[in-house]
Design a protein around this ligand. Structure first.
Ligand SMILES: NC(=O)C1=CN([C@@H]2O[C@H](COP(=O)(O)OP(=O)(O)OC[C@H]3O[C@@H](n4cnc5c(N)ncnc54)[C@H](O)[C@@H]3O)[C@@H](O)[C@H]2O)C=CC1
Ligand SMILES: O=C([O-])CC(=O)C(=O)O
Length: 342
């Protein structure tokens, strides 16, 4: 009897110790999701609520967030959840945010390119970034809204105009390209996906997505040139594959929420001083002559710690790199022009 009581007392104390360890040693971090009631926003809100690095989760949308916040808020994890709806509440949603994730905007339907979303999403992103500059100018911004190749330059221009631009804190989320490249490579090379790594560079649309399978690990000689070509094409068209399969009901939401959560977790780890956090992401860059480019980036306490180079490329990848530049350049310039003129 005594030993049963002792065991349960020890268990209780261990539980207390774990609780006080996690609240004392893990810094408070507020994450805001803008577009939180959408196809990506809802599962992303769920995944961020499950992340022990988040202490406050702010869910904002133009409609529907009170329900999402009430639902997700009942989960017994650390983050305290609050829902905000409508522009009047945007400031409150953003105040004190360490990381702002933006999946707000319209998704593609079959037959559309990501650039076809520009006319609607450019204005949405511009409005949200104007509010970020006002209410949480020091936050890290993770841009998911498409076309990422243009929305990131739009955000940069808005922040420059407001005098708050910090190139170390603005990221285009290209993690889904990496997630797909890993999955497709593992399937074709017949290796366990958990150990696979594939850098993906360039941008986030069609041929601007350039997976570097020559650098994939674990390396394999099971794949020939035709396999690499097919894997590259499938990665570049991964978004379209989902859009077509959903047949008018939108684009990738669940895999994107997963990818967005992976990238946000990496940003939080960087902020918290975890060493050697490296992810591919679309940032201001001098890796090529283009002002923004996706490549491996080391994340740290201030956001970008180091933009890493491309490493050795195969001839096929070198060709892909040259081929993507004109399209990526045009998309970047389109974003900058929009932000300057509107
Ligand atoms: N970076 C990437 O790899 C990916 C990006 N995307 C993009 O993410 C965006 C969102 O996709 P889904 O969630 O499927 O769309 P959705 O239509 O399901 O959700 C979008 C949400 O944004 C909200 N919204 C619209 N205007 C807003 C504003 N001014 N402020 C706050 N919220 C606003 C809507 O109310 C809606 O709840 C699309 O642009 C899509 O192309 C999608 C998949 C992958
Ligand atoms: O394809 C789309 O429109 C959505 C997206 O960016 C992706 O799934 O990679």
């Amino acid at each position: 009897m005594t030993s049963i009581l002792l065991r349960s007392a020890l268990k209780r104390d261990a539980g207390r110790a774990i609780r006080s360890f996690s609240s004392e040693s893990t810094p408070a971090r507020k994450v805001a999701v803008l577009g939180a009631a959408g196809g990506i926003g809802q599962p992303l809100a769920l995944l961020m609520k499950l992340n022990p690095l988040v202490s406050s989760l702010s869910l904002y949308d133009i409609a529907g967030t009170p329900g999402v916040a009430a639902d997700v808020g009942h989960i017994n994890t650390r983050a305290v959840v609050a829902g905000f709806v409508g522009e009047d509440q945007l400031g409150e949603a953003l105040k004190g945010a360490d990381v702002v994730i933006i999946p707000a905007g319209v998704p593609r339907k079959p037959g559309m390119t990501r650039d076809d979303l520009f006319n609607i999403n450019a204005g949405i992103v511009k409005g949200l970034c104007t509010a970020i500059a006002k209410y949480c100018p020091e936050a890290i911004v993770n841009m998911i809204s498409n076309p990422v190749n243009s929305t990131v330059p739009i955000a940069a221009e808005v922040f420059k105009k407001a005098g708050t631009y910090d190139e170390k804190k603005l990221f285009g989320v290209t993690t889904l390209d990496v997630v797909r490249a890993k999955t497709f490579y593992a399937g074709r090379a017949k290796v366990p996906v958990e150990g696979v790594n594939v850098p993906v560079v360039g941008g986030h649309a069609g041929i601007t997505i350039l997976p570097l399978f020559s650098q994939a690990t674990p390396a394999t000689n099971a794949l020939g040139a035709e396999d690499i070509k097919a894997l590259t094409k499938r990665t570049q068209e991964g978004g379209t594959e989902v859009v077509e399969a959903k047949a008018g009901k939108g684009s990738a939401t669940l895999s994107m929420a997963y990818a967005g959560a992976v990238f946000a977790d990496a940003c939080l780890k960087g902020l918290n001083g975890v060493p050697d956090v490296v992810e591919c992401t679309f940032v201001q860059s001098t890796v090529t002559e283009l002002p923004f480019f996706a490549s491996k980036v080391r994340l740290g306490k201030n956001g970008v710690e180091e933009v890493l180079g491309l490493g050795p490329l195969s001839d096929f990848e070198k060709e892909g790199l040259e081929a993507l530049k004109p399209e990526l350049k045009a998309s970047i310039e389109k974003g900058i022009k929009f932000a300057r003129e509107n």
